[in-house]
Design a protein around this ligand. Sequence first.
Ligand code: PLP
Ligand code: COI
Length: 354
Amino acid sequence: MTETLDIKITKSSKSRLAETDFSNLVFGRTFTDHMLVADYEDGEWKNFEILPYGNILVSPAISSLHYGQSFFEGIKAYKHANGKVSIFRPDKNAVRFNKSAERLCMPTLPEDVFLQSLAAVVDIDRDWIPTAPGHSLYIRPFMFATDQFLGVTPSQTYKYMVLLCPVGPYFTKPLRVKIETYYTRSAEGGMGYAKSSGNYGGSMLPARKATEEGFDQLIWTDAKEHKYVEEMGAANAMFVLDGKLITPIAQDTILDGVTRDTVITLARDWGFPVEERKVAVAEIIEGAKTGKLTDAFGAGTAATIAPVGSINYNGEEYTLIDAKEREFSQKVLKTLDAIRYGNAPDTHGWNYFV
Ligand code: PLP
Ligand code: COI
């Protein structure tokens, strides 16, 4: 633990809180009053500052715009009934933040600096944390290259920032998903395990095509054969097949999700069999046909536990059992919510109090 992070604070002169409609939050559209900014220069992090949310001035030549040296994290903070505020497992995001940084030749941020920076800005905007069921404060830490230089080489300077958004549920109904058999999100040796901005840019065309065909999300498959499940949109793909929780191994083509790890940990706590392994599309489809696939969902910070309603593979549609009837994902969601809102014992120490 380093000493307390020195953060310059400039409060906004007029809060936008009173004029914000919390009953109609669109994910990622509403920002709180403040944001955090820091600079990396001369080989060190400096100028940590919390200031009113607003535009920043950058040169059009910054290398993140041209070459994609940029990545982000996604985390949520919750308000408990007793007014306490906790952030869910930010230590895991701190580790992944630095994995992304290393993959992109960007500087790492000491874990405790990351945690203190989140806590400081969340604390200032704690009145923005919604308390309605399924609501929370989404925390978006990110880093981008700021050198004014068009050479393709790692930048020497960077900005680290944290934005906050009050959010409701990301998905509101069971998803109609399509198993993608042409486009690829990431390949071995690529940067699928990093939360690199470019991964999301590359997913937009396939996702838009799927939306135009009436699907809500894609299930990505492996780049070589398109035979194995990788991820589901911006979430990890998890299934209950033949009474076991199965999910692809979080190797280098897959984002190692915090929610995924949380679900696996809960399942093991309950003595529920878990298999982290290659998951063949064929076995999922077979399970959907025979009824042995009793649950399927995306697990992610924004998505939380997002049930899959139906799976489309090569034009055939397989409808799964009613999401409300599913024992496993319903229990996971209930347990997770109870821990995060402070209504159940946090035996793993997942809540980081602000
Ligand atoms: N996979 C991708 C591509 C994502 O964008 C996300 C969302 O963050 C996840 C998986 C789930 O990760 P986590 O549970 O850490 O949010
Ligand atoms: C998250 O769950 O934090 C994500 O990354 C999803 C996001 C791209 C909306």
